[in-house]
Design a protein. Structure first.
Length: 164
């Protein structure tokens, strides 16, 4: 299997102030088109006049990309099987590269190491990110339950205690 880093397998789109109004008009048109009857779905019309309906899933993707660009945010599009370098993977997760390397070494995220370099599949990063968020929510829920059982919310209800 060929290994390519995300940088060669993906495309980043940055907002363009020159076309900002056009992008916002496009977002508005997509939002209007999304709620219309099936016979009035958005279409692409090529130079010869042939019409091709845009599937609802693609309209949703276009809407999300256009909305982000309209808000001045960049958008990166990459296939799920893209292989990322450790720096790209760390940037994706918003953590330092050495922290990611420790996570990889503990086996929490699968990696490939064809030589000296480690590569991480984007789909594995997404799975790790979802699992981390789930574990964080569960831990916070457990803390709330424990605080409720111990009556800590009632103990702090009211004015603060006087200072000595």
């Amino acid at each position: 299997m060929a290994r390519t880093a995300m940088s060669s397998d993906a495309r980043t789109y940055l907002p363009d102030e020159e076309h900002e109004a056009e992008i916002l008009d496009f977002v508005t048109a997509l939002e209007r088109a999304g709620g219309e009857a099936p016979q009035h779905r958005p279409m692409i019309i090529d130079a010869s006049g042939q019409r091709t309906e845009i599937p609802e899933a693609m309209v949703s993707v276009l809407r999300q990309v256009a909305t982000a660009l309209g808000r001045g945010m960049g958008v990166n599009i990459a296939p799920l099987n893209a292989m990322l370098t450790t720096q790209e993977a760390a940037d994706f997760l918003g953590i330092a590269r050495p922290t990611l390397v420790r996570i990889l070494d503990r086996g929490e995220i699968p990696m490939e190491r064809p030589g000296r370099h480690r590569y991480v599949r984007l789909s594995d990063l997404l799975t790790y990110q979802q699992d981390s968020r789930r574990r964080r929510r569960e831990a916070l829920d457990a803390m709330v339950r424990a605080s409720e059982e111990l009556g800590l919310y009632e103990a702090t209800d009211g004015p603060p205690p006087p200072m000595r």
